[in-house]
Design a protein around this ligand. Structure first.
Ligand code: SF4
Ligand code: SF4
Length: 413
């Protein structure tokens, strides 16, 4: 597509990846059909093509972004479904990531919005702080009855009770040692997922070794446009991983995994950290890559709706693997319409864009429940929390662990 980037802008290593993708877009609009926000809103400005026009104008002209541009770019889920239908192979991630960072640097949001974003970036990456905040939720809910709290109320409604740590299981004679990232929110509220994953993997001779010195992967900060913070988180991870010898690196949340698989893009033009991040990204393995389909007899016959996270489909590109594992383990899959469309969780999106997130959630649950499943399974804590509403929702590691003789998951009791 025609563009007005100057020679100086093309020479900027932080802008060049986005400018390159803008130039590739031919405005055909094929991507609109797979964009969840366009599907539910029908507004070109909430489609990938519409957003690309806002991004181009904003990045070419510089200065303060318009309210309209920020509004429509903020509504993007970063689900990357648009990448799957683009005949020009436009890598939309490079565009939306740069645009978010640009907005963060050059646009002054209303005070309440800045506060919520600061709160998310300051608390959720740290499990201890997350637990403290979750402990305050009952008090906050009482206060919310007298003081309107806007999106803080949304946060509280979505809050899960914190849980104590769970032990990882190790094989007696490990065949492989995989570095496991500690995670952040999941560690505070669903530690049972990593415990289940460690049991499944230890049966296959794989030891998960917690990566000392690493913290949050930085995806939350990255998606808020807080580039410097996400780079600092990434440097800690990479340094910790380089200090040991492992057969791979793992996290059981695909939302983090999809981000880590492209970690090199967090350091555009950085001669030291980009290659180090690239090696780290190449070593990343998801749970479904480590576990071959294994035929077992499950403890009870179950109809399972598998919800593939966008990060698994469009980031890690591991379509179909989870379904093969569940079918081999003896479960009956209940396919449903629009499985490729985002559930509306998308990291902090469900807090920042509650109405749109809820519309997508209702649509997703409507499609899933048409198949009358006994249980919903996914691979990402965000999706699991988003879809929890009556029918039990489990991480795939929890269900496979139970099928192979592990403990019955709490939500199935
Ligand atoms: S499908 Fe690709 S080339 Fe066509 S409008 Fe969308 S991003 Fe641009
Ligand atoms: S990332 Fe998802 S929500 Fe954003 S433009 Fe692409 S398809 Fe639409």
């Amino acid at each position: 597509m025609r563009n007005e980037f100057t020679a100086e802008q093309w020479a900027d290593p932080e802008l060049k990846p986005a400018a390159t993708q803008i130039r590739k877009c031919v405005h055909c609009g094929f991507c609109t059909a797979t964009c969840p926000t366009y599907v539910v809103l029908g507004d070109e400005r909430d489609s990938p093509r519409g957003r690309i026009q806002f991004m181009q104008k904003m990045l070419e002209e510089g200065g303060t972004p318009s309210h309209e541009a920020v509004h429509h770019i903020d509504r993007c889920l970063s689900c990357l479904n648009c990448r799957t239908t683009c005949p020009s192979s436009v890598d939309y991630a490079r565009l939306v990531d740069k645009s978010r960072a640009y907005i963060q640097e050059n646009y002054k949001r209303p005070l309440g919005d800045r506060f919520i974003r600061w709160l998310i970036a300051s608390v959720f990456p740290y499990p201890a702080l997350t637990k403290v905040m979750l402990g305050l939720v009952p008090l906050g809910k009482i206060a919310a009855k007298v003081i309107p709290m806007g999106r803080l109320e949304v946060m509280m409604k979505k809050a899960s009770a914190p849980r104590g740590p769970e032990l990882l299981t190790k094989p007696e004679k490990p065949l492989k040692r995989i570095a496991m990232l500690p995670g952040c929110v999941q560690k505070a509220v669903m530690p049972q997922i990593d415990a289940a994953a460690s049991r499944v993997l230890s049966r296959r001779g794989i030891e998960l070794v917690p990566l000392e010195g690493a913290g949050c992967c930085g995806a939350l900060s990255h998606h808020l446009g807080r580039e410097h913070e996400s780079q600092e988180f990434a440097k800690k991870l990479i340094t910790a991983w380089e200090a040991g010898r492992y057969d791979g690196v793992f996290i059981s949340a695909t939302g983090c995994g999809g981000y880590l698989k492209e970690l090199q893009h967090v350091f555009p033009g950085d001669a030291e950290w980009q290659p180090r991040a690239e090696k780290f990204a190449a070593a990343f393995v998801d749970f479904v890559e480590l576990v071959p389909p294994t035929i077992v007899t499950p403890p009870q016959p179950l109809r399972v709706a598998y919800h593939p996270p966008c990060s698994l489909q469009n980031g890690l590109k591991l379509n179909g693997k989870s379904e093969a594992l569940l079918a081999a383990a003896g479960f009956t899959l209940t396919p449903f319409l629009e499985s490729h469309i985002c559930c509306g969780s998308a990291g902090s999106y469900s807090i920042l864009q509650p109405e749109l997130s809820n519309t997508l959630r209702e649509r997703k649950l409507g499609n899933i429940m048409a198949g009358t499943p006994d249980v919903i399974v996914s691979g990402n804590i965000g999706c699991i929390q988003q879809l929890t509403d009556g029918v039990p929702v489990l991480h795939i590691a929890e269900l496979l662990d139970w099928a192979e003789g592990g403990p019955r998951p709490d939500v199935m009791k």
